[in-house]
Design a protein around this ligand. Structure first.
Ligand code: G6P
Length: 367
């Protein structure tokens, strides 16, 4: 079936806008009818059988894995190692017994990820893949393949596949936490209720598109842009920088906020916008103090936070994007949306080929 742009200027814009719908459908698909439970028993997944997780992917899917590491470790107390497929496969790491190997891939055809999967198969690890294409090589060669249900993604820069990967990984982490006795029935129910509520909040975030379009016209003049985030927002900073460089060709880097002092602060002046992804979580105050270090050196801060966060951050920030309040677990999924919109509108302002950026392929099936 041919996929159409249905009135949007680019597939990327359409795919960004589709996220509340496809993610909401995927949530309904995976959680029980009463909305209170999530189980992968029918697929043969029992998290009490594992002592550790190894996650492997490339590109945007790698950043989904980095985000999920925070969830599996914090909620389920399962140690997680995350690696880039092209590094993992040639490093040939030792594999401990009771390891679950998780491979995340939109296409299910990325050559390095497939090779890493085959390596882990040879080590007798249980192989779980999180894919968008259920008939793909990676899905077929897995013990368990979970579809993310994003629908066909055409834009080379991944958007809805990323948030739908995060959705399935969050459900897995919640299931793992519950199965391992780390969270109660009631806590699981609360998390799942929040997840069912997420599409509404994502719609709210999409409402920031006009604000972001206006400030993106200014970002389009920059040569370098930094993204900062802490905790599970650190991978979202990395993803924001990747998205921006892929389609606008502006040099961008994501950093853990706490690393600011260890290098990137040397770059700060009035020409380097610093985009701070800061939901009001336990680390918010630390991020605000990193932000003040940037502003004290003349840096222009674009703060992405909620209304109360913006109030606490004061008047010195260059621009703010206000998102609804969100439970900590789901903040990375919600904050991915302004990161995508920033990349999109900046690229449109620069007049680049948003859906087909130079030199990039949707799926890298050769080394
Ligand atoms: C390419 C695409 C990215 C994608 C990466 C991994 O670089 O341009 O959008 O994140 O491959 O692809 P996969 O299909 O394995 O998720």
């Amino acid at each position: 079936s041919r996929v159409e742009k249905s009135g949007y200027k680019h597939f990327m814009a359409k795919e960004i806008a589709e996220q509340p719908t496809v993610l909401g459908e995927a949530v309904d698909h995976y959680i029980s009818k009463d909305g209170k439970g999530v189980s992968f028993a029918a697929e043969g997944l029992d998290f009490t059988q594992f002592d550790r997780i190894t996650m492997v992917a490339c590109g945007t899917a790698f950043y989904a894995c980095l985000t999920a590491k925070y969830w599996f470790e914090q909620l389920a107390r399962l140690p997680v190692e995350v690696d880039i497929a092209s590094e993992f496969r040639y490093r040939e790491p030792p594999v401990a017994p009771r390891t679950l190997a998780i491979f995340v891939s939109q296409s299910g055809e990325t050559a390095d990820t497939l090779a890493a999967l085959r390596y882990m198969e040879g080590k007798a690890a249980k192989i779980l893949s999180v894919v968008n294409v259920p008939e793909s090589s990676i899905a077929r060669e897995s013990d368990v393949a979970l579809p993310i249900l994003a629908g066909i993604e055409v834009g080379v820069a991944s958007t809805k596949a990323f948030t739908c990967q995060l959705n399935v990984l969050a459900l897995l982490a919640l299931n793992a936490a519950h199965a391992r006795g780390e969270i109660s029935d009631a806590a699981l129910g609360d998390h799942l209720a929040a997840l069912r509520n997420l599409p509404g909040l994502m719609n709210h975030a999409l409402g920031a598109s006009d604000t972001i379009e206006a400030l993106s016209r200014e970002l389009a003049k920059a040569q370098d842009i930094l993204f900062l985030g802490r905790g599970a927002m650190y991978p979202i900073a990395l993803e924001g920088a990747l998205k921006l460089k892929e389609i606008s060709y502006i040099h961008a880097e994501g950093y853990a906020s706490g690393e600011l002092k260890h290098g990137p602060i040397a770059l700060i002046d009035e020409n380097v916008p610093v985009i701070v992804m800061a939901p009001r979580d336990a680390l918010f105050d630390k991020t605000v103090s990193n932000m003040q270090e940037v502003m004290a050196r003349g840096g222009k801060v674009l703060l992405i936070t909620d209304a109360e966060g913006a109030k606490q951050a004061g008047d010195d920030v260059w621009r703010s994007v206000i998102l609804p309040e969100i439970p900590d677990l789901l903040a990375p999924i919600l904050y991915a949306i302004p990161a995508q919109l920033l990349a999109y509108h900046t690229a449109v302002a620069k007049g680049t080929d948003v859906d087909q950026p130079r030199n990039l392929a949707k799926s890298v099936t050769v080394e």
